[in-house]
Design a protein around this ligand. Structure first.
Ligand SMILES: Nc1ncnc2c1ncn2[C@@H]1O[C@H](COP(=O)(O)OP(=O)(O)OP(=O)(O)O)[C@@H](O)[C@H]1O
Ligand SMILES: [Mg+2]
Length: 260
């Protein structure tokens, strides 16, 4: 989908990582909301979590994942057709197009067998796709395996989400370090502490300070525990519908204004 006349050479990649259940998908959905409402489109959101659910938080249902198409490519490519052509032909089935943004779901990781070639083809196609978007948002799992699989070499901003606990902050630092092993160049690595109570406990503040000193993580900010997010989740509503008047949306808007 191309909705804006300004198309940069390739999409800026914004990736969200962190320990399980810390709020990665919530932050990804709020990031989509922010970019779309600011008109910073077109946006491609990639759900790179095997237990996909970003679609639910943005009110979309998924029929086909990239994993499904990769499987089909391995077995169904007609004789005489290059696998890459097959993949290119069908990749659109795994892209849900909607107003302002598109969503692509990676799906389950591969089963037994060799997937090197399939993944290489996939990475090349995604690199090509990225040229049509202004931003590419990747909602990861903690291990960030898809980052290497997608062959994303340059990330503009990596948001590392943590819960408000000492061990959570330490884990966030460890996850931030994983990118070094993946040989991904990350311009900004931001620690985001989510679901914080009204007053940030002093011990947590000390831990954050220590991690910021010892790693290349910068302190992004805190997102409060939000009754509006809680209610939205209970009623299974899209986070895109959260009102601009809610405290959490205002905080998150200021946060993205500062860093993007
Ligand atoms: N700031 C917040 N205030 C209230 N609830 C929140 C907040 N952030 C996240 N949640 C809730 O916490 C739960 C976990 O959030 P989310 O699914 O975004 O985490 P995740 O890191 O993507 O999890 P997973 O590792 O399973 O992918 C959800 O029920 C979500 O609604
Ligand atoms: Mg998630």
């Amino acid at each position: 989908m191309i909705t804006n006349t300004h198309i940069p050479e390739t999409a800026q990649i914004l990736a969200v990582a962190g320990k399980g259940g810390t709020g990665k998908t919530t932050l990804s959905a709020l990031l989509i909301k922010y970019l779309v409402e600011k008109g910073l489109t077109p946006v491609l959101a990639v759900d790179a979590d095997a237990n996909e659910n970003l679609n639910e938080l943005v009110g979309l249902s998924v029929k086909t994942s990239l994993g499904d198409i990769r499987e089909r490519m391995k077995t169904d490519t007609p004789p005489g057709m290059a696998k890459r052509d097959y993949m290119e032909m069908y990749i659109n089935q795994a892209i849900i197009e909607t107003k302002g943004f598109d969503l692509m779901v990676m799906g389950q990781p591969e089963g037994p067998g060799c997937y090197c070639m399939a993944n290489t083809i996939l990475a090349q196609i995604i690199e090509g796709l990225a040229r049509s978007y202004r931003y590419l948002i990747v909602d990861n799992e903690a291990g960030m395996e898809h980052l290497s699989r997608l062959n994303l070499r340059k990330i503009h901003t990596l948001f590392v989400v943590s819960d408000p606990s000492i061990r959570g902050i330490v884990t966030a630092a460890r996850i931030a370090n994983l990118t070094k092993a993946l040989k991904v160049e990350v311009r900004n690595k931001l620690l985001v502490v989510n679901r914080v109570p009204k007053d940030l406990p002093a011990a947590l503040e000390d831990q954050i300070r220590e991690v910021i000193q010892k790693t290349d993580l910068l302190f992004g900010g805190c997102i409060p525990a939000s009754e509006d997010i809680f209610q939205s989740e209970l009623q299974q509503k899209s986070l895109l519908k959260l009102s601009a008047k809610t405290e959490v949306v205002q905080i998150i808007t200021r946060f993205f204004d500062k860093f993007l």
